[in-house]
Structures are given as C-alpha cells and as structure tokens.
Design a protein around this ligand. Structure first.
Ligand SMILES: [Zn+2]
Length: 229
C-alpha cells in the first residue's frame, strides 16, 4: 500500500481523489447479510464458519451455504431493511464527494436488491458494485457480482479488482478505500493508496504492519479528505 498523505495534487482530467466505500457496517451501521443470516440461517453458521476459517471453503461458498435459499419473504426483508441505519456521516460523505467532483462508489460483498431498496428508503444515491440477489419461490437466490479467482479474498465481489480497474483508467488518482471487515475489505484496503479502517479490518491491518487511517464514523473520513482537496 502506498501512502501519499502529505502530497498535494493538482486537479486535471483524472480526478485527484476517488473514494471506494464498503457498505455493511461501514456506510450502514448494521450488516444486512449477517443480521439476516443470524435470524434465519443461524443453525448453519457455526459449521460453515469453521470450514471457512480452515480454508476449506471460500468466502463466497460460505455465503452460498448460509444465504442461498434463505427463507426471508420480500415483506420480511422490506421490514428489516427499514430498520437499517446509515452511518451518521454517510449522506455527508456522498454530498462531499459530489461537491468536489470526487468519484464515489460503494463496493459491497452484499446484494444489489438490498442496496437498491436501501437507496430508495433512505433517499440517497450512489454507484455500486455488489453481488446479485433475486427471489425464486419466496426464497433468496444469490449469485456473484464480480469475483476474481486470482485474489485470495474468495468473495463474490473482489474489491481489489474493482479498484485496480479504476486505477487503470485513472492513473495518478489517489484512491481511498473505507471499510470495517477483514473478509471482504482487506484486498481493497491493500490495493488502495489510503485505507480507512475500523473493526476487524483495522485489527488485521495493524497485525500486518500496514499503514491505515483509523475512523469511527464517516465524518472522520470527511475531515481527513478535506485536507487533501
Ligand atoms: Zn479480492
């Protein structure tokens, strides 16, 4: 990971700064997938998690075991999504990026269906990459968004690959990743120029001796970005 925190960069056709932000537990307070998994597929979780920890299944295979065919009706899901709170600085971060012409994108190992509904419910708009969810006979059917078999994350939406693709078209942009979880955020955090981290992502980056910016709410992120524009 490169850190260019003290470098000032002139505005050009390539944006000087771009922000990639995790959704569950970062842009939102609750983690949609794991909360529903706990409620509706709880009995399957310990065994599947043990297999994931031993490296027998990938993060995406873990998702398939727990979330595919999850019996949560559309009404139940809607009721739950209406209880999901956004980080207190979430809207401000989106607004801030728009004001300064800074590309902002949610990178989520969650699902398009939920992100679409959460945007409507909360009246906030963002571009995103995520996995796919549709209903079939009243149960969830899930599919990967953009996996990268070459990446060790094993997730359905590899954040490292999404950031690397943006970098190819925007050489010189300082790329920021914001996240909280070691499973889906680590590869994105390492690929970014600056990683904002909390939770298990911060613990993991700390253990690996990787530099990162610690944050509590997205207001902390905005304050730091202010220094760079
Ligand atoms: Zn990855």
């Amino acid at each position: 990971m490169n850190s260019h925190g003290n470098q000032s960069e002139a505005a050009g056709s390539t944006p000087p700064l771009a922000v990639f932000c995790d959704f569950d537990g970062t842009f939102s307070v609750q983690d949609v997938g794991s909360t529903l998994a706990r409620r509706h597929g709880g009995h399957r979780r310990p065994a599947a998690w043990a297999r994931y920890e031993k490296g027998e299944i990938t993060a995406w295979e873990y998702n398939m075991e727990i979330l595919d065919r999850l019996p949560v009706s559309e009404d139940e899901l809607e009721a739950f999504l209406r209880t999901v709170e956004l980080d207190p600085g979430a809207r401000d971060l989106v607004d801030w990026c728009e004001r300064y012409g800074v590309p902002f994108r949610i990178l989520s190992d969650g699902f398009d269906y939920n992100l679409d509904r959460l945007q409507e419910i909360n009246d906030v708009r963002f571009a995103y990459d995520a996995n796919r969810l549709r209903y079939e006979g009243g149960v969830w059917r899930i599919d990967v968004g953009s996996p990268d078999p070459m990446c060790s994350c094993g997730t359905g939406t590899c954040k490292r690959a999404r950031i690397a693709e943006f970098r190819r078209g925007n050489a010189g942009a300082k790329i920021v990743h914001v996240g909280n979880g070691r499973v889906s955020d680590l590869c994105g955090a390492l690929e970014a120029d600056v990683a904002f981290a909390k939770g298990t992502l911060a613990e993991t980056l700390d253990q690996r001796g990787e530099p990162f910016e610690r944050f509590d709410t997205l207001f902390d992120v905005i304050r730091k970005l202010e220094e760079w524009v």
